[in-house]
Design a protein around this ligand. Structure first.
Ligand code: HEM
Length: 282
């Protein structure tokens, strides 16, 4: 599962893209609202709990980004402000406007934990409507090996996840589309021109998701956050060990995951490029 203990003070990870990513989220909330925010009835108390925890966290640890003045939350760098009373029906929608992270709420039930509400602006090739209300095994249906190897340990982990023992993990992929909003699998904007070892550094992008999981103290639901980092492969130019590590991880991918991660069409160019970076560091 690749889970590591999370220090709750590092739950949310704002960075230099805070303003740009909140603006991109703003565009998606305005133009694609139904695709990026979805909530089932009954999820409101857990949504409210997430919003409360997020505001408390941000104003305590990142006061240069978020302020609370009475009933009004202010995003300091952009000047955007929201009156809490306007969002009582959709607290998770507001939460998604205050941080770069995406938020998914999972509720316990007879079928195990199911997805009940989400603010998801930066999906890595999946769509909320297809996953809403579904349990973990079904959500991960397209992931090779999940049903056999991960579904059971993940279910058990969810059952025993303690409020005081939050965790984090990382998912990675490489693709030729730098868009943060990627609900469908498709080739990138320049798919017509071939990717070569000479242009792989600019044409390919690492996409890493920093994910956290925590149990909410009041409702007992589980909150899954996703912070997405997209960088051109050339960002590894001064990190030969990371380039070698990524090349090894790609070479080690089982056949099924190779197809799932879509690497086949640029694998040779990517590996030649990464090997060159790794060699340059020796
Ligand atoms: C311990 C917890 C979890 C583990 C170990 C896990 C593991 C994984 C793995 C290995 C992948 C494939 C990623 C890749 O190779 O690129 C994946 C994809 C995915 N995960 Fe998780 N995951 C966890 C929690 C969650 C939760 C709570 C959600 C709730 C929404 C979720 C939603 C997804 C979705 C939607 C995908 C993409 C599936 C698709 O292609 O349709 N995961 N996960």
């Amino acid at each position: 599962m690749g889970l590591m203990a999370l220090d709750l003070d590092e739950w949310i990870e704002p960075d230099e893209h805070f303003i740009a990513e909140l603006a991109e989220k703003g565009r998606l909330f305005a133009e694609r609202h139904a695709a990026v925010v979805l909530a089932l009835a009954g999820s409101e108390p857990a949504q409210q709990e997430v919003l409360g925890l997020l505001i408390e966290h941000m104003i305590r640890l990142h006061p240069h980004l978020l302020r609370l003045d009475g009933d009004t939350v202010r995003v300091v760098p952009s000047g955007a402000s929201y009156r809490l009373e306007d969002w009582t029906a959709a607290p998770l929608d507001l939460a998604g406007r205050l941080a770069q992270e995406d938020f998914c709420l999972m509720a316990p039930g007879e079928a195990g934990y199911t997805l009940q509400a989400a603010s998801l602006c930066f999906p890595s090739r999946w769509q909320l409507a297809e996953k809403m209300g579904r349990p973990m095994a079904a959500i991960h249906g397209p992931v090779p090996g999940f049903g056999d190897k991960l579904a059971h340990p993940v279910d058990r982990f969810f059952e025993y996840l303690h409020v005081d023992r939050p965790v984090w993990r990382v998912n990675w992929s490489v693709n030729d589309d730098p868009a943060l909003f990627q609900p469908i699998r498709r080739r990138g904007p320049d798919a017509g021109t071939p990717i070569t070892p000479g242009n792989a550094g600019e044409r390919l992008f690492t996409r890493c998701e920093r994910q956290t999981l925590r149990r909410l103290p009041s409702t007992g639901w589980i909150l899954f956050t996703i912070k997405t980092y997209v960088d051109p492969l050339s960002c590894l130019a001064d990190q030969p060990e990371a380039a070698a590590g990524l090349a090894a991880a790609v070479r080690d991918l089982p056949a099924g995951n190779r197809g799932y991660k879509n690497v086949a069409s640029y694998e040779a160019a990517m590996l030649t490029y990464l090997d060159q970076l790794a060699l340059a560091g020796e």
